[in-house]
Write a protein that binds this ligand. Structure first.
Ligand SMILES: [Zn+2]
Length: 433
């Protein structure tokens, strides 16, 4: 990791959970409107009083409006009637010089050693960040902890507390409207965020965790920066995948009696689905990058498979990620495949026509854009040590292929998930064993 990247990773660590768990629950805000010591300024909104030692500028002045907009988003996600939160109010500190906050009594010395942000009772602390985006991100991250602790009387399992805080902290703000829970389209949008880069690096190094590993994170796991990345990824997957979305929504409505109970509830309800979920998690990780679109990128393995005994013709959509064929093939099987069709892999400035061989002028991950790809995936009866990417074969317009790993045949065209939405058309793929 370069020095610049290491710096970015350090700043991008809103560590807070492990310390909060051992801090005492005794933080009540100061009286609203109380006079401030010299060198501090205050800006206020409906739900936020923000005290800072930074010179007030437009970005700081609008944070109460950001926070008030976030209240509507939090109420929606956690199904809290807005009338119930009318009087909920938090005091937040955006700190340049921590010592001044300690000396002024704004920061209890028992919790003063956190790196980036902290929440305790109705108070939040955010260290000044290298970007305006990341300052807001941390405020929303800590604000999500505040909402969850108020709604549930606790934070829930570590992966869920930090995963939800990162999911809802990742946002777009145009000065008036706040969109929470976004997947950024590029790194310019979210300076110092770095989530997808870590995922792709660890996946290629063979050290990406299984979903179960993340769900079992302990209270100290988030001392490591990558635990935030993986908790975020677990929330993205569980919240959107058709096999888990309804259950995840139900989880957020459960009364919580400690993190073990809510995790036990989730594991119990997923028991019969784990073999499918393990593989679907692995496949999702390969595609989880800037611009990832859960509507187009989540593989659903077929509930029932047929052996491929004779020639079959399949339709592959140019608009979706991996598509399950419903046919199982064994390792070592030889297949003859032909693919035809004309589809488009972009709409700007005009429809960009493509055939199964792909567009030779543009590449994605070293393969021509739009080229037909094939893989196989099987359910995993046992938890793998680490998540593994799929083995991919380039089919193009056809040829003869040997299957190296048995499982359900999958097809897609070669393009990032974020680039699929403006595609159109289909391919016809004929397979003979
Ligand atoms: Zn946190």
């Amino acid at each position: 990791m370069s020095a610049i990247l290491a710096l970015a990773a350090m700043f991008a660590t809103p560590e807070c959970l492990s310390q909060r768990l051992c801090a005492q629950e005794s933080a009540s805000p100061r009286a609203v409107g109380a006079a401030l010591p010299p060198g501090f300024s205050r800006v206020s909104g409906t739900h936020l009083d923000l005290i800072t030692d930074l010179p007030l500028d437009d970005d700081l002045r609008e944070l109460p409006a950001v926070f008030d907009a976030a209240m509507a988003g939090w109420c929606d996600v956690f199904e809290i009637p807005p009338a119930n939160v009318a009087s909920w109010r938090v005091e937040a500190y955006v700190m340049r010089d921590r010592q001044r906050f300690l000396a002024a009594g704004f920061l209890p010395k028992e919790i003063a050693h956190f790196i980036n942000g902290f929440q305790l009772g109705d108070r939040l602390w955010v260290n000044e960040q290298p970007s305006v985006y990341y300052r807001r991100h941390l405020l929303l991250h800590e604000g999500t902890h505040w909402i969850m602790s108020r709604k549930f009387g606790g934070l829930g399992p570590p992966w869920l507390a930090e995963g939800m805080a990162e999911w809802l902290g990742t946002h777009r703000w145009d000065g008036q409207h706040l969109e929470m829970g976004v997947i950024p389209t590029n790194s310019d949008e979210v300076p110092y965020w770095g989530r997808t880069k870590t995922i792709q690096e660890q996946l290629s190094q063979g050290v990406a965790p299984s979903l179960e590993t993340i769900l079992r994170y302990s209270n100290t796991a988030h001392q490591q920066q990558d635990a935030y990345v993986w908790s975020w990824a677990a929330v993205v997957f569980l919240k959107h995948h058709p096999d888990t979305a309804a259950l995840f929504s139900q989880l957020l409505q459960q009364p919580w009696h400690g993190s073990d109970a809510s995790n036990r509830w989730l594991f119990t309800h997923l028991r019969s689905s784990w073999p499918r979920i393990r593989q679907q998690w692995q496949v999702t990780l390969s595609d989880l990058d800037y611009g990832f679109d859960p509507q187009h990128g989540l593989l659903e393995l077929s509930p029932k498979l047929r052996p491929l005994r004779d020639q079959q013709t399949l339709v592959v959509r140019a608009t979706d990620g991996w598509q399950a064929s419903g046919f199982a093939v064994a390792a070592g099987a030889h297949l003859k495949i032909t693919a035809t069709g004309e589809y488009s892999v972009g709409s700007e400035p005009k429809p960009w026509k493509c055939t199964p061989a792909g567009v030779q002028l543009e590449y994605y991950r070293g393969i021509p854009l739009g080229r037909l790809l094939m893989s196989t995936a099987s359910t995993l009866q046992h938890e793998p040590d680490f998540a593994r990417p799929l083995k991919i074969q380039q089919v193009g317009d056809g040829g003869e292929f040997t299957i190296t790993q048995g499982g359900e045949l999958l097809f897609r065209i070669n393009e990032s998930i974020g680039g699929l939405a403006d595609n159109s058309g289909t391919l016809e793929v004929t397979i003979s064993p």
